[in-house]
Design a protein around this ligand. Sequence first.
Ligand SMILES: O=C(O)CCC(=O)C(=O)O
Ligand SMILES: [Fe+2]
Length: 299
Amino acid sequence: MTGITHLPADTSPETIRDTIEDQGGCIVDNLIAAEKIKRISNELAPYLEAGEFGREDFGGFQTKRIGALMAKSPECHELALHPLINAACDLSLRPYCDDYQLHFTQAVSISKGEGAQTLHRDRGVWGPFLNRSIETQFSTIWAISEFTRENGATQFVPGSHKWEKGRKAQPDEIAYAEMSPGSVLLYNGTVLHGGGANTTETNRLGVLLHYTLNWLRQEENQYLSCPPEIAKDLPSDLRRLMGYSLGGPTLGFYSTPGGPGEGRDLAPPEYLFGEKPRKPHVFDTTRIDAEFKTHETAD
Ligand SMILES: O=C(O)CCC(=O)C(=O)O
Ligand SMILES: [Fe+2]
């Protein structure tokens, strides 16, 4: 029977990175305390209560989804910035980028009667355009409620990140991310997975926080979900994680709107918040020239 590797909370980021590379994902047990879970749960409760069930097959008809978590749930900030998760994310994605960014935030509450979600690869959001040699994501699903096979624990197919695209998972190849509140499922953008079916009376609540390469478009537009007037009150590390910083030497700069001679051109996002950029804000024209030259001679 296929299973998911469980690691203890004091595991190293290298072990997480290696396990994800080998199996496509793993669970870190009991990474955050019960009181913290309670606070997250209380903070999300009014949004879930007021939220509506999904209206399409992939999202589910008995599932509620709440986004913009960095704007709505201060208790979730700590999850997004968790040092072990950030370190493992950094190690996992660093071969493909010079930094990572927050990509998607969502509380997912699966209720009684929901069926199993179609197994999928989250990298599908970019279509077929990215070569498999580039790993796109480091994803987390934090268990806020208990996750059991009966209440909708995430389906997960170990090793499927190495399968050819068309291969279908057989029932005995599907594992279930059974875990206690405060534990977290970690997986990459290429492994097959999906929400589970809920046959119980209680809701399965998870907080999904996904990270991606800082040069790829984010699935959830963080600048609209958490616009500058809200982002200005967030911790600067979190703001930068959301994309309010440069990716590489120039990606994501802005020029202030305004009349002639007003404001500034080629500003790093931190300028908006009166902060110094995280990295020295020097456009590396050597690197840009080299890339442009390669591009020019390529055709
Ligand atoms: O909620 C879950 O367990 C997984 C959901 C998922 O994979 C998705 O919506 O992309
Ligand atoms: Fe997914």
